[in-house]
Design a protein around this ligand. Structure first.
Ligand code: NOJ
Ligand code: CA
Length: 554
């Protein structure tokens, strides 16, 4: 039995969660202050996005010291205090492990620049100018940048921004340094990691050029650097040298893994407890595309992706499910048309994902129904990727206003605005102007107000959590088989979870129309996002718009 299958994880973006010392930036003490809230919500584990020393080019995903909390978030003592306090509440902590790359301010990179014969020189991927490839970095521009002090003769490689040089996993000495750091933190009592960008650690060692796929004459960096053959030996070694020695949970951010390769990643022989599934979390986004492009999608196509992922993953291992994180817009805006947004539809989205065969992850503010923001100026956006995609839209010929209108619903800052705790100024996040503007809807959408409203989204999340943890239902809702229900009914997203003794139906009417479905009688209603349910004597349930039901088929 693995505890992490039964857990419910809450993701914290520390810069935006709670500011304890009123400098406008969330911090570790702020997380400690809110542990009671998290305990009351009912989650068991928190994943905290990076808080280590960093120049914050990519908000902490550019680490300059893996052993030191950045002063903006507090001190190492605060961190130990957090681990301690959380433990008292039986809340486990996952860190974000960022080891595909570090920051260009890391002393390793600084030494690599300063001393051509240093061992650190081989911690990075450095080539002569004539050997570099035409791969486009994820945050824009060429993925090779001139190595400072090299007279433009040598270039270093970076999948993301130029301030995030990739670490050279081909070098065993570097790998040892990474394992040492992982074990250091596991020894401090954390219970695991979310593992950032892990499918990028192996590069195609031939370093070929690819046919350009954009106006800039470059080709997407993924072509030569994602899920490349040979990655499995790095993954295996990392697992043996670190995770295997502890009872820990690891969640790989493993973009680009085809289902046929899943065994390298999850299950008995895989490196991680689970890996994120990205096939359905942002249906209108063209893969590897530009943010100004939008793809049409339908609920029925979308549900098939969910079903497909569930079927493939359950054959091999385990997965988390999420509909939000710090890299993508708020779920309300991704999945619902503006005229569909209401309390019922937001609760419906929550229900759809929450009872899949997986460990549910909730992103901060999702439990309130926090929504996207729109800032009137590109200068109000902080996210490096938003600036890059704004520029790409301009390059493609859009006028500034149009470019902003197109890319703002895609911005990662939609999910990064300060957490809305109350209706006081700055949403109770801080007493001073926060690092990123608060969403203007905070007076209607905040924790204080929802705690007191039995029909709130927050209280619905609490009920969902409670049900998944209930003794009677935990076994079937966590371990039970998954199979789709009413698959051919338009806009019905439904599935059952079954074991030898129990059958639970999870039924969601993803439309603003009424709809009739036929179910087995008798049943007990375990969860309903309306106060009532309309049933006729002929085993028919008359589903209301966006109604969600969880039924115990007795
Ligand atoms: C994935 C992280 O979730 C994202 O926020 C970050 O920008 C990239 N990896 C680079 O570390
Ligand atoms: Ca602070």
């Amino acid at each position: 039995m693995n505890w992490w299958k039964e857990d419910i994880v809450y993701q914290i973006y520390p810069k935006s969660f709670k500011d304890s010392n009123n400098d406008g930036i969330g911090d570790i003490k702020g997380i400690i202050e809110k542990l009671d809230y998290l305990e009351d919500l009912g989650i068991n584990t928190i994943w905290i996005c990076p808080f280590f020393q960093s120049p914050m080019i990519d908000n902490g995903y550019d680490i300059s010291n893996y052993y030191q909390v950045d002063p903006m978030f507090g001190t190492n003592e605060d961190l130990y205090e957090l681990i301690d306090q959380a433990k008292k509440k039986n809340i486990k902590i996952l860190f974000d492990l960022v080891v595909n790359h570090c920051s260009d301010q890391h002393e390793w990179f600084q030494k690599a620049i300063a001393e051509p014969n240093s061992k650190e020189r081989n911690y990075f991927i450095i080539k002569k100018k004539e050997e570099i490839t035409n791969w486009r970095a994820i945050f824009g521009g060429n993925s090779w940048s001139p190595l400072p002090n090299s007279n433009d003769e040598e270039y270093y490689f970076h999948v993301f921004s130029k301030e995030q040089p990739d670490l050279n996993w081909e070098n065993p000495e570097l790998r040892k340094e990474i394992y040492k750091m992982i074990n250091f933190w596991l020894d401090k009592g954390i219970k695991g990691f979310r593992v950032d960008a892990i499918t990028y650690i192996k590069k195609n060692q031939q370093f070929p050029n690819f046919a350009p796929d954009g106006l800039d004459g470059l080709a997407h960096v993924d072509k030569g650097s994602i899920n490349q053959p040979g990655i499995e030996s790095f993954l295996k070694e990392m697992k043996t040298e670190t995770f295997d020695k502890y009872d820990c949970m690891t969640v790989g951010e493993a973009v680009g893994v085809p289902y046929k390769d899943l065994e390298q990643y999850v299950g008995d022989g895989g490196c991680f407890s689970m890996i994120f599934e990205f096939s359905y979390d942002n249906p209108s986004m063209p893969s590897q595309g530009n943010w100004y492009d939008y793809k049409q999608w339908t609920v029925d196509e979308w549900k098939q992706k969910i079903y497909k992922a569930q079927k493939h993953i359950s054959k091999i291992g385990w997965s988390p499910t999420h509909i939000e994180n710090h890299d993508s817009p708020r779920s309300i805006n991704k999945f619902l048309h503006p005229d569909q947004i209401c309390g019922h539809s937001v609760k419906m989205l929550a229900t759809i994902f929450f009872y899949l065969r997986s460990t549910p992850f909730i992103y901060q503010g999702q439990e309130l129904g926090m929504s996207n923001v729109h800032f009137n100026s590109i200068d109000d956006y902080d996210d490096i990727s938003t600036h890059d995609h704004f520029q790409r839209a301009l390059n493609a010929g859009f006028k500034e206003e149009e470019a902003l209108r197109l890319i703002s619903p895609r911005s990662r800052d939609n999910a990064r605005t300060p957490m809305q705790w109350s209706n006081s100024k700055y949403a109770g996040f801080s007493e001073v102007t926060p690092w990123l503007k608060v969403n203007s809807n905070y007076q209607n959408v905040n924790v204080d107000q929802q705690l007191n409203d039995p029909k709130s989204i927050l209280n619905y999340y609490k009920k969902m959590i409670e049900l998944r943890k209930q003794k009677k239902y935990c076994s079937v809702l966590v371990y039970g088989e998954f199979s789709p229900l009413f698959e051919n009914m338009k806009n019905i997203v439904a599935y059952q979870r079954t074991n030898n003794e129990q059958t639970i139906y999870i039924i969601n009417n993803f439309q603003s129309e009424y709809c009739e479905i036929e179910v087995e009688m008798p049943f007990k209603v375990l969860l309903n996002n309306y106060t009532d349910i309309t049933v006729s004597s002929q085993r028919l349930i008359y589903l209301k718009p966006f109604q969600s039901l969880v039924l115990d088929i007795e």
